[in-house]
Design a protein around this ligand. Structure first.
Ligand code: FES
Length: 117
């Protein structure tokens, strides 16, 4: 049975459709509002965040699905070059140093990336 509303899970995409390492953006309901969110993949792990920089609330990316830095080791805000830890969303460099991205709960089930509602 395909998960849907009411069972606490919603399918976003197949894990294989996200580059490794890489990221993909979605629109999803977060706290009752439709928001831009993104999911970063690292091997068999995924990390989800709302696409809003704690600096000024702008989307982090300027190009579609481009959320990682040159080395693919941190999340990059392309506006003022803040860097965030992939695992925690905590800003480690830039104007919002010490602040964090808002988490967006995701997990992998049967090769699918699922939003936890
Ligand atoms: S908007 Fe992200 S660092 Fe300024």
């Amino acid at each position: 049975m395909r998960p849907g509303r009411g069972d606490g899970l919603k399918t976003l995409c197949a894990l294989e459709s996200i580059p490794d390492p890489g990221a993909r953006e979605f629109r999803a309901m977060v706290d009752g509002e439709k928001r831009r969110v993104f999911v970063v993949r690292r091997g068999g792990q995924v990390f989800g965040y709302v696409n809003s920089c704690p600096h000024v609330g702008a989307p982090l990316n300027l190009e579609d699905n481009k959320f990682l830095d040159l080395f693919q080791t941190s999340i990059l805000c392309a506006n003022h070059f803040a860097l965030f830890e992939i695992e925690s969303g905590r800003c480690t460099r830039g104007p919002c140093n010490g602040q964090s991205l808002q988490p967006f709960a995701v997990e992998i089930r049967d090769g699918q990336v699922m939003q936890l509602e």
